[in-house]
Structures are given as C-alpha cells and as structure tokens.
Design a protein around this ligand. Structure first.
Ligand SMILES: Cc1cc2nc3c(=O)[nH]c(=O)nc-3n(C[C@H](O)[C@H](O)[C@H](O)COP(=O)(O)OP(=O)(O)OC[C@H]3O[C@@H](n4cnc5c(N)ncnc54)[C@H](O)[C@@H]3O)c2cc1C
Length: 274
C-alpha cells in the first residue's frame, strides 16, 4: 500500500534481475469482466490463483500498465517489500486500490475504480477489457478496528473499504457512515448493522477537489460518550488532514482510536512511480 502519509516505495536498484534470489516477480491479475456500478465507478473482476486471491487485499499496491499493454515490463519485489523497477522506460504506475470482494475459491477479486478522468489507473480502468492485466506488488490491512461505536467517513474511492468495514462489523455496532458522492445516482447499496446510520452527502455539482462536505459533516457531529469508539477516514488528502485534526482535537481520539488516510491528492498524482 502507498498511502500519502507513508513513505512511497523506493524505486530502483537498476540491474536487479529475474535470477536474483532477493527479489520475486509480481503476481499478475487478469481481467475477466468489467461492469459499470454507477456512471463514475467501474468494477473490474480479476482472476488469479486461490493463494494469490486469498492474500491480495484488502488494500492492494497495484501495478498499472498503459492501457492495452498486455506484456508490460513489470518491476520485481524485494524481500523487504521495495519495488525494484526495471531499467529504462516501463510505463507501469504504482497505485493503491481496495479489493471490494475477494473469493479465493472462485479465484476472483473485484476492484471498483473511480473514473475520475485523469491518471494512469483511471485511464486503465476506463478502457479495461477481458484479458487486460494488472500487477500486484503487495497487500495491507484496511486499518480499521472493531468498536462499539464507529465513525466512517469517505468519498467514492473509500466506498470499497467502507463496505468491507461495515460487512465485518458486529451486528450490535452503532455509529454513522458519512459517504460523499457526486449525487444520488452515485449511491451504492451497502449492507450495514442496523445501528449504523448511512448518511449520503451529495456534492451536487461541486468538484471533488473543492468539496468540504466531509469536513463539515464531521464538524457537526458530537463526540459519542465513552472510549469504545473508532473512526476510519479515507478521502482527498487535505480533507483527511482537516477531519483528523478535528477528531484528535475536539474528540480527543487517541492513536489507536482512529485511522485517517489520504486516498488521493487534489492536483497531484499519487506516486512518483507513475
Ligand atoms: C489505501 C488506498 C486505497 C484506495 N482504494 C481505492 C479504490 O478501491 N478505488 C478507487 O477508485 N480509488 C482508490 N484509492 C484512490 C486511488 O489510489 C487514487 O484516486 C489514485 O490517485 C488514482 O490514480 P490515477 O492514476 O487514476 O490518478 P493519479 O495519477 O494519481 O492522479 C491524476 C490526477 O487525478 C486526480 N485524482 C486522483 N484521484 C481522483 C479522484 N478520486 N477524484 C478526482 N480527482 C482525482 C489527481 O488529483 C491528479 O490531478 C485508494 C487509495 C489508497 C491510498
């Protein structure tokens, strides 16, 4: 995973080769089907061996080739997790995504890509067809912890993660999920415990990079009593910084009571590798 707050994977050691025992090849995921969940979200179903599917998520560091490149020059992965890029031009970008569904017995993974209109990953997803390939460099947890009261806050990019957190929550969990999308047409059905309110926030024409909906919605929430609570936040980087500051300050959340990660960065690509 390469969230903004953590150091990006280091590129390079040129010359590391396939025979080098200190590196391993990336796992290759192949597209089997593509489906539009909404106008802005495309679900890509990928196949791999049961072992790769079981270990591939929930958060994935994906290697995204140029659209239509079915034989990319993949990097390799060092024992310590560093990406070892091939020398010269390779056209592969490193981006973080979430496995919305992992089914090892079927050898299937679903990834929901936001078609935000720019960038190697969004462009790849916009033209993905069966047979297209992605590389998988590494996997990581979502960072959520179970608690009696949950605050979840995110935009379209975080819906796959939030859907998994809600699905894994105990039936008696209470709380609120603040879900920012472009409008009612972008809402998705989410299974949640009865005590967790799903509150959809509509940008209604405001550009994603200009939206303060999540910051304002969290600012309007009173802290629930007690310490059995956890907040999970995934959205644009500046939004996440503002929400995190509010939760640490006004709510007094300790380190183990929240996980707030910038999922994308307005005006900038996510990784120097792209
Ligand atoms: C742990 C983690 C999990 C993630 N899971 C998912 C997921 O399941 N699905 C998903 O769609 N995204 C997910 N993201 C977000 C995704 O990695 C970023 O949106 C990423 O920037 C997309 O890469 P790109 O190559 O399309 O665009 P980039 O090359 O990174 O950026 C190009 C331009 O597009 C803009 N941009 C990037 N994302 C958006 C956006 N969402 N809306 C508007 N403008 C944008 C940037 O500001 C930049 O100007 C996740 C991020 C993290 C850190």
């Amino acid at each position: 995973m390469a969230p903004i707050e953590e150091p990006a994977p280091t590129a390079a050691e040129p010359g590391a080769g396939a025979a080098d025992p200190a590196v391993r090849p990336v796992d290759v995921l192949r597209v089997t089907s593509v489906q539009d969940v909404t106008r802005a979200v495309r679900r890509v179903t990928l196949t791999a061996s049961a072992a790769v599917v079981a270990a591939c998520g929930p958060t994935m560091s994906l290697l995204v080739p140029r659209p239509d490149d079915r034989s990319p020059r993949w990097p390799q992965v060092a024992r310590d997790g560093r990406i070892v890029w091939p020398q010269g031009s390779h056209g592969v970008a490193l981006r973080s995504y979430t496995a919305r569904r992992q089914d090892p017995s079927a050898g299937e993974i679903d990834v929901d890509f936001v078609l935000h209109g720019d960038g190697p990953a969004a462009s790849w997803a916009a033209s993905a067809q069966p047979g297209a390939v992605l590389g998988l460099a590494s996997a990581a947890p979502l960072g959520a912890s179970p608690a009696g009261w949950l605050l979840l806050a995110g935009d379209e990019t975080a819906l796959p993660a939030i859907s998994r957190i809600l699905a894994a929550a105990a039936p008696d969990t209470r709380g609120v999920a603040l879900l920012e999308v472009a409008g009612p047409q972008e809402e998705q059905p989410l299974a949640a415990p009865a005590g967790v309110e799903l509150r959809w926030l509509h940008r209604a024409g405001t550009a994603p990079e200009a939206s303060t909906l999540l910051v304002d919605a969290v600012a309007a929430l009173s802290r629930p009593p007690g310490e059995d609570l956890f907040a999970w936040v995934g959205a644009e980087s500046a939004v996440v910084r503002a929400v995190r500051a509010d939760l640490r300050g006004r709510w007094g959340l300790r380190r183990g009571q929240h996980h707030a990660i910038g999922y994308w960065r307005a005006g900038r690509a996510m990784s120097p590798a792209g």
